[in-house]
Design a protein around this ligand. Structure first.
Ligand SMILES: *Cc1c(COP(=O)(O)O)cnc(C)c1O
Length: 378
């Protein structure tokens, strides 16, 4: 087991895998407390729902515990049927996966051969480069516009006969901005039917923009459009790992072929069905988050910190150079956020008390870090 000699005799990972960026999960509040010797800290780093699980979801978990010795339903039939009923589709137009990230991996495994191009806006969700590179796809990253929105004209122009998959993220992570329905109509009009367009709507439930895509409606005309959604964010089931895809039955059947056997566990299936049945309780929680989002956005604007239109359960502060310093200073004050070096800091909307703590902390940093944007003329 000698450590001498840098290259080991062990089998080497494929070059694509060796070159992968590591997925960086948000830091925990506990890690921040230890490092900064704080009595308390709050985690606003992973866009989780800050509320306790729904009582119906807890009950479903207790019931599922009685079946621990059995494999779950591989196809998650009850979840597919509940979602099909909700969207007025058939169950064969719904796929269920181990988080929507699991479905993203299934999509890449199913459709992208080495050398095929995958187009997406950047900066966006960090899982996209990881799964594109894993299968040997060629990344075509279209830089976001100066106003932090996805450049939909640029993404549309980047589609060619080499493009196998286009990812559109709305709201986008980490910028929080949505694309418009007209943007999606234009993209679909310019994309051949043999190219798959994936609209990642992990934060769909938080959208208030009136012109956001009505993707399920567009699917009637464009069977090459699929929608990814998740129970991890608004539904508050992040720990259970369950997401879904709405799309053409042929796409669903294809991605189902590469689903790891029983990847969607029985707890997740039961909790998802129970949560869908308790929609009004979830709606109340989403409304509470939206009220807090309004408050945080107004406060940030009042401090003079520029921020694009927030359409998810987080705000994006494109502060540029001081991004890492800002996140470090916030963490020292017990507020864990998600920094992107020299780009910005993403801050999840938490409970009112958590948000108060963030707002107090950032107010004290506006002057020292020069966070105020260029003065706007009223
Ligand atoms: C959080 C997030 C997801 C959700 O991932 P799960 O695997 O369903 O937990 C997907 N896409 C984006 C852009 C996200 O931010």
């Amino acid at each position: 087991m000698g450590q001498a000699g840098a290259v080991s005799d062990l089998p080497q990972p494929r070059p694509n895998v060796a070159a992968l960026p590591l997925y960086k999960p948000g830091r925990s509040a506990e890690a921040a407390m230890r490092e900064h010797a704080l009595d308390s800290a709050v985690k606003l780093a992973s866009n989780e729902n800050p509320f306790d699980p729904l009582p119906a979801a807890r009950r479903a978990l207790a019931d599922a515990a009685d079946e621990l010795n059995r494999y779950p339903d591989h196809r998650a039939t009850a979840v597919r049927e509940a979602l099909a009923g909700r969207f007025g589709r058939t169950a064969d137009e719904i796929a269920v996966g181990c988080g929507s990230v699991g479905l993203l991996q299934q999509l890449m495994l199913t459709y992208v051969d080495p050398g095929d191009e995958v187009v997406y806006g950047w900066r966006s969700f960090e899982a996209y480069p990881i799964y594109t590179q894993t299968v040997g796809g060629v990344i075509v990253a279209v830089p976001n516009r100066a106003d932090e929105h996805l450049d939909m004209a640029g993404i549309t122009a980047a589609v060619s006969e080499r493009t196998k998959v286009v990812m559109v993220t709305s709201p986008n992570n980490p910028t929080g901005t949505t694309v418009t329905h007209a943007d999606m109509v234009a993209l679909m009009g310019a994309t051949p039917p043999s190219t798959l367009v994936v609209l990642d709507e992990a934060y769909h439930e938080y959208i208030t923009a009136p012109d956001a895509p009505r993707a399920l409606e567009l699917q009637a005309q464009h069977p090459n459009l699929v929608v990814l959604r998740t129970f991890s964010k608004a539904y508050g089931l992040a720990a259970l790992r369950i997401g879904y895809l709405v799309g053409h039955a042929d796409v669903v059947a294809a991605v189902d072929r590469v689903l790891i056997p029983f990847a969607v566990n029985g707890f997740a299936q039961r909790a998802a069905v129970a949560s869908l049945a308790a929609q009004h309780e979830l709606d109340e929680r989403v409304r509470a988050t939206l009220a807090e989002r309004d408050r945080v956005v107004a406060d940030i604007a009042g401090l003079g910190i520029p921020s694009p239109d927030a359409q998810a359960n987080f705000v994006w502060l494109p502060v540029g150079e001081p991004a890492l310093a800002l996140a470090a200073e916030l963490e020292g004050r017990g507020v864990v956020t998600r920094p992107f070096a020299v780009e910005g800091v993403r801050v999840t909307i938490g409970t009112p008390a958590e948000n108060d703590r963030f707002l107090a902390a950032i107010a004290s940093l506006v002057e020292p870090l020069g966070l105020r944007g260029p003065a706007t003329t009223a």
